[in-house]
Design a protein around this ligand. Sequence first.
Ligand code: GLY
Length: 356
Amino acid sequence: MDPLSRRAFLKTTTLAGASTLTSVIFPNGITAQAMPQSSPVHKPIVVGSANSAMAFEKVMELLNQGKDALDAVIAGVNIVEDDPKDTSVGYGGLPNEEGVVELDAAVMHGPSYRAGAVAAIRNIKNPSKVARLVMERTDHVLLVGEGALKFAKAHGFQEENLLTDEAREIWLKWKENLSNQDNWLPPHSIDDTTIGETFDAYLQHYGTIHCSALDQNGNLSCVTTTSGRSFKIPGRVGDSPIIGAGLYCDNEVGSAGSTGRGEANLLNCSSVMIVEWMRQGKSPEEASMLACKRINERCCEARLKDEKGRFKQNVAFFALTKRGEYGSAAIWNDTYYMVHDGSSPKKLECAYLFKK
Ligand code: GLY
């Protein structure tokens, strides 16, 4: 039995027609707000960032077994968190400026209208699982840094070094090319007077995985997990673990999440805005595009704009409605998202605000 089902007693009362009213009673006796549920069986669907077809296969496998959407999306992103080759999430994620991997993650469970999150957690490769425990086993929503680590260890998580050799070498290259005024030098011949190559491939590296899913009971849930911005100042927290910014889910309306420059998203709380725009009748793509426009229009910092006044960096949004409609938009073209609605995962280009 899945953890949520184990810990929460579902009390269901049949109402007129196909709807039911369900309460979730948690072990501490708190009863979650009663919520309308649609009748089974809905066509499951998962939408999110395009980092991993394997994750989407896993999510769909579990949704097809009738699992709760939150169980499914967490199991899916765990595959990416465990993958040393993905330098943007979990184990193998790019580290902070001191070479230490710090992770952020959040989950939202539609049927119980609850959420949990961890930020700047070190040495734990599955922050999404810890975020879920924050939701289920505390009266809090967000734990950070050392407190989050202690909480994870109290629940039996093992500390491990998350810095792979590949991520360390990328970090070292960044550090060696950071400045020609310090003592760190990139590899060079002894008589080379031109050392200090440009290194910008990873400077704006914000990779993240987000999954929003609709399960067979017509319930929505979502997760966002990331190692955040590469080479960040230790303690920097992005949008991913912030409810309303990096993800938002309202079981009556829809679910949304993001990847990309977290600072822009923190300033605009885009995920909750997307869900509210969908509530007002916008399609997932229209709502995601409004979020991109808002980021671009609200940014007044010249350093973040190109010569045409366009927001230079990228943010992408993924959205799913209660009815199973989905869509995505990004600030820049050549950005992709993934959807799985039954047959196989499809990688699609996001609608975009600007073309490179
Ligand atoms: N969107 C991921 C981050 O900025 O941390």
